[in-house]
Design a protein around this ligand. Structure first.
Ligand SMILES: [Zn+2]
Length: 122
């Protein structure tokens, strides 16, 4: 399926790839086989576009051919009025308990590497 390279996901993935390559380099890895990412929905990143950006960026690198696992994280906020903590979507952030508009996002903006699996030389 053809995808257009999306600048947003390319930018996010560029940061991920440099962190992965640095960690793999420090571990003395020959090849990266699996990468697990937690991606908050508030990043507005699309998993398919992330996958495509990864494939484009990893070509010719230590990460080429690695499996990318994307774990989408639902946005969650804490109400500063009543202290309730709740999941929500990108567009409805007000507190469902007291309807307070003053909230703090506690999850959903992450772009975090959970684990990297590598092949080490014998
Ligand atoms: Zn509240």
């Amino acid at each position: 399926m053809p995808y257009t390279l999306c600048m947003h996901e390319l930018g996010l993935m560029t940061g991920v790839m440099s962190a992965v390559e640095e960690a793999a380099g420090q571990a003395g890895a020959q090849r990266v086989t699996d990468i697990s990412l937690s991606v908050g929905e508030m990043t507005e990143a699309i998993p398919d576009a992330l996958q495509f950006a990864f494939e484009a960026l990893s070509e010719g690198t230590i990460c080429e051919g690695a499996n990318l696992h994307i774990n989408l994280v639902k946005p969650r906020s804490r109400c500063l009025e009543c202290g309730a903590e709740y999941e929500h979507d990108r567009f409805h952030m007000a507190c469902p308990t007291c309807r307070g508009p003053f909230t703090e996002l506690v999850a959903g903006r992450e772009m975090q590497i959970d684990s990297i699996e590598v092949d080490l030389p014998d």
